[in-house]
Design a protein around this ligand. Sequence first.
Ligand SMILES: [Fe+2]
Ligand SMILES: [Fe+2]
Length: 405
Amino acid sequence: MKKKVLFVDDEVNVLQGLKRMLHPLRQEWEMAFVQSSAEALEVLAREPYDVIVTDIRMPGTDGAQLLKQVSQLYPNMVRIILSGQANEEMVYRTIGPSHQYLSKPCEPDILRKTIERAFAIRKMLNNEKLKEVISNIDRLPSLPKLYTELITVLKDPDASVQEIGKIIARDVSMTAKILKLVNSAYFGLRRNVADPTEAVKFIGLDAIKSMVLSMKFFSSFDAEKLRAFSLENVFNHSTTVGLLCKCMAEQEGNNRAWQSEAFLAGMLHDAGKLIFADNFYESYQQAFNLAREKDLPLWEAEKEIFGVTHGEVGAYLLGLWGASDIIIEAIAFHHRPMECVHKEMSLLTLVHVANGLANQLSGTEKTGQLSYFADEYLEKVGVKDKAQWWADRCLKNMESAEDHE
Ligand SMILES: [Fe+2]
Ligand SMILES: [Fe+2]
């Protein structure tokens, strides 16, 4: 079955350019090109499409409004902005309803890869209901404590980029969202930013202030929804896993950019739990009950209840938001690394081991119930004997870092 992609732009020249550029792909994609939001909605009402790629600035309903409507009417579609000149305010308005933001002129290869990756990510979840809900998530829940802390700091005229970056880096949800924004093509960066403080620097303090204070850019978690679940525990665990990953990358002699990427993968690996807890709390409660009754790890109980685990669910959302492939892979397979096609040392290896170490450390996984590590996988990757070495070095490093706090 051909994938269907709808392009919307008020400029005929742009549409013609796209048509020409994408002509070689006509065997794989069925494409339609329309000149206004109204036309786009008409086309969509007639037949379903998989992806919409739209300009922002258009007479009548603009791209941001169009995507908002599309998200409500056809929640399963992938929504991409392809924009030329846009002002900041417009960009910030689209960051919620769009999954990704590309800039004009866009090289055919980038556009093709972005759309192909969106298709690949959509294949990851075989549950239509979940897909629908996740495609419409525009923010993840933050810890009320950190949220209030951020607001207080932002209201302080002397607040520094570092201070703000530090708060964001402690919050899984804020980290994910801020990186989605900074890695959108609007900022024109040629590389992926993985460090929250660097992201704050790029976006600028004023922009962050106006987004957080006026636009509900982040949101706070309602703990009453699901008592079995502690967001704070997930955040603490995620930070530990992030720091362990970073330390392991350092031990492996990886450069700073890779270390940041490793931290990010660790920090975000359990993001799927936040999605379940925030959007499916009743079923998630059942998963907790089942895990307790049958003495299963939570991810196995999730699989029984939802058909997928928090790994794929988190990877799906962050994939839609444009996270890099290696991060998506690490998140998706962190509990079942053998299912990943790549069997060499990667971010997945680091996250899998770091997650096991963090659980050992906190005693959350009972010995005997399941092994901390997928031994077969570690053997295949060639790091079976290294896990202990990493543990010794990194746990010690982390303890001494805590002493210096
Ligand atoms: Fe996990
Ligand atoms: Fe975990």
